[in-house]
Design a protein around this ligand. Structure first.
Ligand code: HPA
Length: 278
């Protein structure tokens, strides 16, 4: 889609939201597979269904609800995406990152990304959490391709420090005070929807990848372009293909996400409350 159309669509979506709520979030939260119940942790002010936002891409994946939740985690105003949009659903990459851009335009300064991922790092097991230190984007289309929307950010944004050091410090601190051993590493986004082959996982491991999934990276790029501060945690829901002893399935990913959810949600909440000082 031509970029002026992308910008127009974004502004239309913003106007649509603003007709429903004038809530100004500080933190934007994106929940991965199986973590869609996080809404229970938010002191809810209002919810806006994606269906009610004209032009908004609506997720088709089982286990992904489709709404924005507006409310408070502790004293911190948040907007939470209950269900994200994936490239493999067939959307234009500009639609995949539209919700992220929208949340920034609503006022969110911090983006907290979460995902379900396959683990590659030695010693990883299903149920582990991994703080995302950096990412590899070259297996997914770059969401900034096309003429630059100068209103949003610069043409060639720096990606030296995508994931914010101070937010990462607070995540480590909160994990440690809860006795959660949080791993750290590099996350790579592939397009999906097929899981990777064992040969692809061997390649990714040689490239320095610790966790693999089908989201997050394009969202982080669009957010960084707009100057957001970003942090991310992967919930390792399975060992990656060829490392795992059995074939992978979406059901396994969802079940592992569900099992890890209580601890994961507690960690996310504690971190968001701490972000009040950021
Ligand atoms: N690969 C890609 N995406 C995933 C995986 C995986 O192994 N697990 C959860 N999401």
């Amino acid at each position: 889609m031509a970029e002026n159309r992308t910008y127009e669509k974004l502004m239309n979506c913003l106007a649509c939201i603003r007709k429903k709520t004038d809530f100004v979030p500080k933190v934007a939260l994106v929940l991965g597979s199986g973590l869609g119940n996080y809404g229970d942790h938010i002191q809810l002010e209002t919810a806006v269904s994606y269906h009610d936002i004209e032009g908004f891409p609506v997720s088709t994946v089982a286990g992904h609800k489709g709404q924005f939740l507006f409310g408070y985690v502790g004293a911190v105003p948040v907007v939470c995406m209950q269900g994200r949009v994936h490239y493999y659903e067939g959307y234009d990459i500009s639609d995949v990152v539209l919700p992220i851009r929208l949340m920034k335009l609503m006022g969110a300064e911090i983006l907290f990304l979460t995902n379900a991922a396959g683990g590659l790092q030695d010693g990883m097991t299903a149920g582990d959490f991994m703080l995302i230190r950096d990412h590899i984007s070259c297996f997914a289309p770059n969401p900034l391709i096309g003429s630059n929307m100068d209103e949003l950010g610069e043409r060639f944004p720096d990606m030296t420090e995508i994931y914010d050091h101070e937010l990462a410090r607070l995540i480590r601190k909160n994990a440690s005070s809860r006795g959660i051993l949080i791993k750290e590493g590099v996350y790579a986004q592939l397009t999906g929807p097929s899981f990777e082959s064992p040969a692809e996982i061997t390649m990714l491991k040689r490239l320095g990848v610790d966790a693999v999934g089908m989201s997050t990276v394009v969202e982080a790029i669009a957010a960084k372009h707009m100057g957001m501060r970003i942090c991310g945690i992967s919930c390792i829901c399975n060992l990656a293909a060829g490392i795992s002893k059995h074939p992978l399935s979406h059901e396994e990913v969802q079940a592992a996400g569900k099992a890890a959810a209580p601890l994961f949600e507690a960690l996310v909440s504690a971190c968001v409350e701490d972000f009040a000082s950021c």
